[in-house]
Design a protein around this ligand. Sequence first.
Ligand code: FES
Length: 270
Amino acid sequence: MEHTLRRFNFLQGHRTDFWWVEPAMVLVGLSLFIVYATWAAFQGNHYYTVSYLSPFYSPLIYVKTGVAGSAPLWHSLLGAWPSWWPDFLPASPALLILIFPGLFRFTCYYYRGAYYKAFAGSPPACAVGAVPQKKYQGETLLLLFQNLHRYALYMALLYLLILGADAIASFVYESQIGFGIGSIVLLINPILLGLYTLGCHSFRHLVGGRKDCFSCAGAGSINGVYRKVSWMNRNHKLFAWLSLFWVGFSDLYVRLVSMGIINDWNTWGV
Ligand code: FES
C-alpha cells in the first residue's frame, strides 16, 4: 500500500523491464522525421521528376517555374508563384500545404500519447516517475487545441484522395502508360496512409454512427465497415509509423532521382 501511494521522482519506479526503449525510439524516430521533413519543405526544388510528385509538395497550389526539379505549371492549382509571397521565405509549395497533414499527425491520439511520453516525460511510461508538473489545469490550452483532430481528419481524407490521384498519375508519362520504381513507391504511399487514416479513432467514431456510448447502442450498430475500421484501429500505431516512414522515403526517392543521384528504372526509358 505504501508503494502504491508513493510518488516517484522522474524516471524512477519499480519497473525492471526495458520500458525506456519505446519512448527512446519515438524520440529518435520523430526527431529524425521532423528534421528531414522541415529541411525538405524549405528546399522548394527537386520535388518532381518523370511523372512523380513528392507527397510533401502535393497538392501544388502554386508553382515557381525555372527551379531545378520543379513541376510544370499545368500541375499547379492556381498557377504561377504569387508576388505577395514574403522574400524571407523560400518559394516552396510544400510550405503552403504541410500544415494540414502536420496538424493531423500532431493531434492524433496515438502520437499524443507517444510524444507526451518521449518528449515531455509526463510520464515517460506507465508506472514510471514523471517530470514534476504544475497543478493540473483541466482541459485548457493544448488539450483544447487537440480537439481539432476530428476536423483535421476531413483534410486528411481529402489528402488521401489527392495522393491516390498522384499515384495513378505516376503510371503515365507523356501520355504513355507504363510504370517505374517511383510509381510503385508513390502507390504504396497512399495505401499506407489509408491504413493509418482510416484507422483513426475519430473516423471509427464517425462510421460507428457517432455514438458517444457505443456499447449502449447494442450489437446491431456493428456493421462491416466498422469491423474493418476497427482492425485498422487496433494496428494504428504500426500504420502510423509505416506511413510516416514511407511518406518521408517517397520524398527522398523523388528528390534523389530528380538530382540525378540515383536512376529510376522505368518502362519509358527516361
Ligand atoms: S487517432 Fe490517430 S489519426 Fe486519428
